[in-house]
Design a protein around this ligand. Structure first.
Ligand SMILES: C[S@@+](CC[C@H](N)C(=O)[O-])C[C@H]1O[C@@H](n2cnc3c(N)ncnc32)[C@H](O)[C@@H]1O
Length: 395
């Protein structure tokens, strides 16, 4: 079989259609020894890849038995994947600790990139249209974030290998995750707590927003990831990080005094991530989601409760499941009425489309999603909490 990475990539690009076809044929139910991950790989190779399977192993013969059915069920997906499907652009964020925007533009000019100016009304939809129409030698500056550059998806590899990326002058960071630090927006000189910090992408961006002035307590529980966090933030030129290898639930204002801003970016299902190389059979496993949501509520409530000077808290996940998003926010708001939600869409000057589910009254419309099929970015959820002033507390 071809390289596993290539097959996985093809599976991920067509995940919805393949999973759906497997479910409709009932191949797994009718052939219980067939492992579901292997079945996905074989179907991908048979329909989207080399279009044949070699060998006479039991799993191969079982999948071949369903060849006709898969061809029929997946023919549309095969056509779509051959058409010029718009894939996610390459987002490149400037790490202003190490490189100024002026220097980046100079470098891009020297490399013969063409800057695409947006000649339109300035609406978000026009911007999305410009992203879709980017030529391979063009780039755009993001409409919300001045330090975020957008390139054609075919330039993914070019930027992955670029020396400035290796030197951490440029960060390969998706649009949705970049909005998190921007919405938290700590001022230079502020005290910030990043409760779930590794590998440190958002920590580095927060440091940029603060112009490398102030204090960021960056907490990470996992020892290996803590080591990575330290390495990443040091090589990215962050001078204001106090890293802590601990369970964030044990950290309070004694250990991190005068914290004003907190980021809670906890472990989640990752269901919004587009390039996730995962073949997990049941993505929406209710028990796993319940466990994750329990921890997420604990983390967010701890942030809202344990730091008397806190003004603003951002909660973010890379999940598209309401159980980890709107439901967590709703629960934490009811437990912590001293906080209110700020309207994320308004914070982006209303130039945004996807908000939370408005059926969660007083929650959904305040929260923000980036949705992969509409925002050309990974699926991210963000909620922005602000401490009520005393006069507001009875609202
Ligand atoms: C979604 S990742 C954070 C990504 C990170 N904010 C970034 O932008 O690079 C969640 C991290 O939280 C860590 N974590 C989970 N539970 C924790 C806890 N109780 N205390 C501290 N860190 C925790 C995980 O080990 C993982 O590294």
């Amino acid at each position: 079989m071809r390289g596993m990475q290539a097959v996985l990539k093809q599976y991920i690009d067509n995940r919805g259609a393949i999973d759906n076809a497997i479910a409709r044929t009932k191949i797994l139910e009718d052939n219980p020894p067939l492992c579901s991950a292997l079945c996905r790989i074989l179907v991908t190779e048979l329909i989207f890849g080399r279009k044949k399977l070699t060998g006479e192993s039991k799993p191969v013969l079982t999948v071949l038995n369903y060849h006709e059915q898969f061809l029929e069920l997946l023919s549309k997906a095969v056509c779509d994947s051959k058409e010029t499907k718009v894939s996610k652009p390459r987002y490149v964020r400037v790490n202003t600790n190490l490189l100024s925007l002026a220097d980046v533009f100079q470098m891009l000019e020297a490399e013969k990139w063409r800057k695409k100016e947006m000649v339109h009304s300035g609406s978000y939809n026009d911007f999305l249209d410009s992203v879709t129409k980017l030529e391979e030698d063009e780039y755009l500056v993001d409409m919300h974030l001045d330090d975020l550059l957008i390139f054609h998806s075919k330039q993914r590899h070019y930027w992955a290998c670029h020396p400035y990326v290796k030197e951490k002058k440029l960060m390969l960071q998706d649009k949705g995750t970049c909005l998190v630090a921007d919405l938290l927006h700590p001022l230079p000189g502020a005290f910030v707590l990043d409760m779930c910090a590794a590998p440190g992408m958002k920590t580095i961006q927060i440091c940029n927003v603060m112009q490398n002035k102030g204090t960021i307590y960056a907490v990470e529980q996992n020892a290996e990831r803590y080591f990575l966090l330290r390495k990443m933030t040091e090589s990215a030129g962050c001078e204001i990080i106090k890293s802590i290898n601990a369970d964030a639930l044990t950290i309070d204002s004694n250990r991190c005094p005068t914290v004003e801003y907190i980021l809670v970016d906890p472990s989640c299902s990752g269901s919004g991530m587009q390039n996730r190389m995962s073949l997990e059979p049941d993505e929406k496993d209710p028990d796993r989601l319940r466990r994750l949501a329990g921890l997420q509520i604990k983390m967010l409530s701890h942030a809202l409760n344990s730091f008397p000077n806190v003004k603003r808290v951002v909660y973010s996940t890379c999940s598209l499941f309401e159980e980890e998003n709107e439901q967590v926010v709703q629960r934490c708001l009811s437990l912590n009425p001293q906080f209110k939600l700020l309207n994320c869409k308004k914070a982006l000057r209303n130039k945004w489309n996807n908000v939370g589910n408005v059926n969660y009254k007083n929650v959904g419309k305040y929260c923000l999603y980036t949705r992969p099929d509409q925002d050309h970015a990974d699926g991210i959820f963000i909620a922005l909490f602000e401490k009520r002033r005393r006069s507001e507390e009875s609202d």
